[in-house]
Design a binder for this molecule. Structure first.
Ligand code: MTE
Ligand code: MO
Length: 199
């Protein structure tokens, strides 16, 4: 199926598409709840909590004053679409980790989004290159459907780890499965190993 649907790609494109995936040129929308709002609510904040030396709480205005970088990455949804060269702008996770300074006991982060969506990541996955708290896509504020005002981007893992409508990161000394991970999705979610489901 994937091979058939990927006919006509360049060798470069083909090499960047993991097994079982096919290339899309559009930008599919995937979520269980839809956008919570189209304007940033007055009480919006991003909180960095749990086992860190310096917990943080930022308004959206404050967040946009933090160091920011652009990133171009490929993304892979477990439902089998991949999109190449997506362009994001936002706060690099490396800067955030250096700022909050997780305690030695912290091993995992629980990512909290609107409407109770969560996903879990080992801190090592957050340290990978390209992990971003993104508030722009293609040079414009995120579309409500794609996570406005803020989403996580974890390019090296299946895209359900990239929570839209991000509100917090909670550092912990134990792992805890997130929304999809509790429903049978893989905990580790590496598209190059086809870690799709946990059964
Ligand atoms: N808050 C939230 N974030 C979410 C989801 C969701 O349901 N709620 N779905 C995830 C899944 S399964 C995918 S593939 C991507 C899709 O992002 P997109 O709609 O911008 O393509 O968002 C992820 N982040
Ligand atoms: Mo997905």
């Amino acid at each position: 199926m994937g091979l058939f649907r990927n006919r006509g790609l360049t060798d470069d494109e083909r090499a960047r598409i993991p097994s079982g995936q096919h290339l899309v040129r559009n930008f599919p929308v995937l979520d269980f709840q839809g956008p919570p709002y189209r304007e940033v609510p007055d009480d919006w904040d991003l909180t960095i909590s749990g086992e860190v030396t310096h917990p943080q709480r930022w308004s959206f205005d404050e967040l946009q004053q933090l160091p920011a970088v652009g990133e171009i990455c490929d993304i892979h949804c477990v439902t089998s679409w991949s999109k190449l060269d997506t362009s994001w702008y936002g706060v690099p996770m490396g800067w955030l980790l250096a700022t909050v300074d997780p305690l030695p006991s912290a091993t995992h982060a629980i990512v909290h989004a609107e409407a109770g969506y969560t996903t879990n990541l080992p801190i090592a996955a957050l340290r990978a290159p390209g992990v971003l708290l993104a508030y722009e896509y293609d040079g414009l504020p995120l579309d409500p459907e794609h996570g406005y005002p803020l989403r996580l981007i974890v390019p090296q893992l299946y895209f359900w780890k990239s929570a839209k409508w991000l509100r917090g990161l909670e550092f912990r000394s134990r792992d805890m499965p997130g929304f999809w991970e509790r429903r049978g999705y893989s905990n580790s979610a590496d598209p190059w190993k086809e870690e799709r489901y946990s059964f």
